[in-house]
Design a protein around this ligand. Structure first.
Ligand code: NAD
Length: 242
């Protein structure tokens, strides 16, 4: 089987580098190149293209992965549609308007958006929905806490927001969760959902200690996305979960 050519937007970033490493060690993927905003190094023949002009990289890619900035993601998604290249984005901090822009693009190309590309986070969300459903009529307060490294730009995290949606999916909005975020040190990513009752608490915790987890999930999602019908997909689809 020929390896799929992967492009990475935000290549110079923490996630961009981790995904680059995941691609370099995957038998079904090869790195076509990366998009950076800094002046790129001189091109070397036969090496992946590192460029600040994404238009040049898209034609060389079978799938584009984006971990950059919410200010840039919608434009790159529209560029992907113009080039007919499937687009996987894990960039967080997108506004509702940005998400609408991705939905519009997804009418033309396969597009997968995931605020958290850890595969086990899918399980965490299912457990959250189940707990919210089972406790729906009881007197529980619900809290969602995220802890991340000090350089993370958005708070609460995109994952915390998606866990809040998982609560609503379970209890129909019967009770809204309270969200809180800490930014400290080098924490890769921790999320805690608590159902706090009178005299008892249920807490679900998901901890990522290595961003290679997000990188592997993002690559798996990108490989899954290639060859799909146009549409908006999520990690649930990658795992075949409703
Ligand atoms: P980072 O700041 O280390 O990297 C982002 C990179 O994108 C930087 O190199 C920056 O220069 C670059 N960039 C910004 N605007 C750009 C543009 N217009 N074109 C090209 N490159 C551009 O951040 P990070 O920790 O790598 O995270 C990147 C994004 O991914 C953030 O939104 C973060 O919250 C998100 N993230 C998602 C997951 C997930 O599982 N989905 C996991 C970790 C981080």
């Amino acid at each position: 089987m020929t390896a799929l050519r992967i492009g990475i937007i935000g290549y110079a970033g923490r996630m961009g580098q981790a995904i680059g490493h995941a691609v370099s060690t995957h038998p079904r993927a090869t790195l076509a190149g990366g998009v950076v905003i800094e002046t790129p190094p001189e091109p070397i023949h036969g090496e992946p293209m590192i460029t600040n002009d994404a238009e040049k990289l898209f034609p060389r890619c079978d799938v584009m992965i984006d971990f950059s900035s919410p200010a840039a993601t919608p434009d790159y998604a529209r560029m992907a549609a113009r080039h007919g290249v499937p687009f996987m984005s894990g960039t967080t901090g997108l506004s509702d308007k940005d998400k609408d822009a991705l939905s519009e693009v997804a009418r033309h190309i396969p597009l997968l958006y995931a605020a958290n590309t850890s595969l086990s986070l899918v399980v965490m969300k299912q457990l959250t929905t189940l707990a919210a459903r089972l406790l729906r009529d009881d007197d529980y307060d619900i809290t969602i806490l995220d802890r991340h490294h000090r350089l993370k730009k958005d708070a609460p995290s995109g994952t915390a927001k998606s866990l809040a949606e998982a609560v609503t999916a379970g209890n129909g909005g019967h009770k809204e969760p309270s969200l809180a975020a800490f930014r400290a040190g080098f924490i890769v990513g921790e999320h805690e959902v608590s159902f706090v009752g009178e005299g008892e608490t249920i807490t679900l915790t998901h901890t990522v200690t290595d961003r290679a987890i997000f990188a592997r999930g993002a690559l798996q999602a990108a490989l899954w996305l290639h060859g799909r019908e146009p549409g908006l997909y999520g990690m649930n689809d990658v795992l075949g979960i409703d």
